[in-house]
Design a protein around this ligand. Structure first.
Ligand SMILES: [Zn+2]
Length: 285
């Protein structure tokens, strides 16, 4: 209730505070001013969810503790593990939106870096292998770049937060568009020597680079170690998912972003943060 309304419940329709409780068990209220009925979960990510808030709370704990859907299913005693998958998906969907809406664009020091995610050829599903062979006559080990998923990440030194985005290519236009969304002009941007960053100075950023190719990794305060640290961590975490469908990539990416950005919080605080995120007004646009 606090996450959605603050201290006092207000009408969803006319914002009046003259409300009374219509159905306590279902968290349904009624407004004395416009006489409309509204519920605690209406207009949030839990809209029309048939699960109890208690169940949701338990699910959030499982999510924060990184339990798989199967483990959560056994812990909570649901009849089928699909009953966990759906709420998990709702949480991830909320995270995707939250990250984009609440990023505070400001002047600062940022590290930009790209990475390729994807498992080994040996671990691919049989059908996926056959399909890829057909598509590009791939031999083993060749064309790995096309198969792997490019990801772009920006690390904000002040606060140590990351912002991740799935991309189709590493071209300058793609990277610049994301940087322009994340960092204010005149920010300092550090990156490796990739040519995709060549236009940053022209856009008004102070850009410095380290030449990884020449064995240079740190030069004064110029380095991308913050971002590199995240890649290392996340690729290890990624292994626990045992393969990710392409359409689900963004969701897992934002999940990792959440875990990393709120790593300083206790589990209980992370759960509260998730409550706050889920009680926001959803934006499906
Ligand atoms: Zn009202």
């Amino acid at each position: 209730m606090e996450a959605k309304y603050g201290k006092y419940v207000r009408c969803d329709h006319c914002n009046s505070d003259r409300i009374y409780i219509q159905d306590k068990g279902k968290n349904v209220y009624r407004c004395r001013r416009c006489w409309e009925i509204f519920s605690l979960t209406g207009n949030t990510y839990l809209h029309r969810s048939r699960s109890s808030l208690r169940f949701w709370y338990e699910i959030l704990w499982c999510f924060v503790l990184s339990h798989s859907a199967n483990k959560a299913h056994k812990l909570l005693g649901t009849t089928r593990h699909q009953q966990i998958l759906f709420p998990y998906h709702t949480i991830r969907r909320a995270l995707v939106n939250y990250s984009d809406v609440t990023w505070e664009k400001e002047k600062g020091v940022y590290e930009a870096d790209e990475a390729l995610y994807g498992g080994k050829w040996e671990n691919l599903r049989k059908r996926a292998k056959a399909l890829l062979c057909e598509q590009s006559q791939n031999k083993r080990g060749r064309g790995a770049k096309e198969r792997k998923q490019p990801v772009f990440g920006i690390y904000k030194r002040n606060g140590g937060k990351v912002y991740l985005r799935l991309i189709d290519d590493f071209e300058a236009d793609t990277l610049e568009a994301i940087i322009a969304k994340i960092a204010d002009k005149e920010s300092e941007i550090f990156s490796d020597a990739w040519k995709g960053y060549n236009g940053l100075v022209g856009l008004g950023y102070a850009h410095s680079r380290v030449a990884h190719g020449k064995g240079e990794y740190v030069s004064g305060k110029v380095h991308v170690n913050g971002m590199e640290g995240f890649w290392g961590l996340s690729k290890t975490n990624m292994n626990t998912y045992k393969g990710i469908r392409k359409r689900n990539w963004e969701y897992y990416l934002k999940e990792m972003e959440f875990r990393y950005n709120y790593r300083g919080l206790t589990f209980a605080q992370q759960v509260n943060k998730l409550v706050e995120i889920l009680m926001r007004k959803p934006n499906y646009a």
